[in-house]
Design a protein around this ligand. Sequence first.
Ligand code: F6R
Length: 342
Amino acid sequence: MRLTKDDVERVDKEGLYRDYEAWPELAEQALKLKVDLKERKVYNIVYCGMGGSGCAGDIIQDLAFSKPNIPPIYVVKGYNLPTFADSSTLVLAVSYSGETEETLTAFKEALKLNCTTVGLSSGGRLEKICAEKNIPHVKLGKALTPRSALPYILYSSLNILNKIGYELVSQEELNGSIAVMQKVRKTTGISNDLETNEAKQIAEHLYNGYPIIYGAQHLKGVLIRFKNSLNENAKIHALVEVLPEACHNSIEAWHPSNLDLRALFVLGERRLKKRFDTLMELVERSGFKYRTVYTEETELFSSLMSILYLLEYATLYLAVLRGVPPAPTPNITLLKKRVEEN
Ligand code: F6R
């Protein structure tokens, strides 16, 4: 298949691709969303969210790792806040639908503990409770799915942190990253031919195999997000391995086998070059194919966004190659229904 615009439109009947094609504009809109917040000192930050709403928390944590004067950031993907949470904690409760049980439970706990709490959702119970209890709330814009609403979620969360006084990404860097996404879209968007479209080529590389994704520690959030979108858009399993840790365990698993493994190396840190080179050699020696991805962006947030956007497009194209509509997630829906019935 050539993965033409027609192919995408035929398989992606719901039009998830339209959200992806609009990511730079979604990010722009997110930076304009209003929230009534003042600077205040907190001792720790807890980001609560599941699935598509949770992955922005991982990326925020990666960004915070190398920033001075930022309180420790924890990501909760479950029901409970960590036991240290108290009135010196900032809690971001993020649920795109505003209806996710785990996030609502953690949010209510934050209110009980008197944490500084902000809700982010496109509506739902989260918005309602915020209005009733006068809790700051950011109303996220419209998108077909929580995962395709990522720019709303991520840029709004960063904006909130900036307003409270913890700048992880400056306004200039946020604007710069939007320009970078526009650049990525120019070459990887649905109208770009396979021959020059890296995202389509990545999809072809992964097609019919089991993806094993390697990348540096600071990309962990982006790689997990890629795995999640491979699961949800392309409906396949995938594995994420982070360097240098992977060179102390996962590296041993490279041997000839009957599995159809497809390695993808997201290159970055210079210090890791020997490790990447050795892994690639071992993948080849084991009889498997690999592909590399890297970004020319030097600024951290822009480089994360350029890789994230490129890989997200690849998950859309892989769904198309597989002939599976990327938007519906019937298994997640089934599970949520069962949980609600209890
Ligand atoms: C992503 C997706 C799920 C949801 C998750 C939580 O597109 O559909 O991963 O993000 O089930 O739901 P929300 O985001 O509404 O809290």
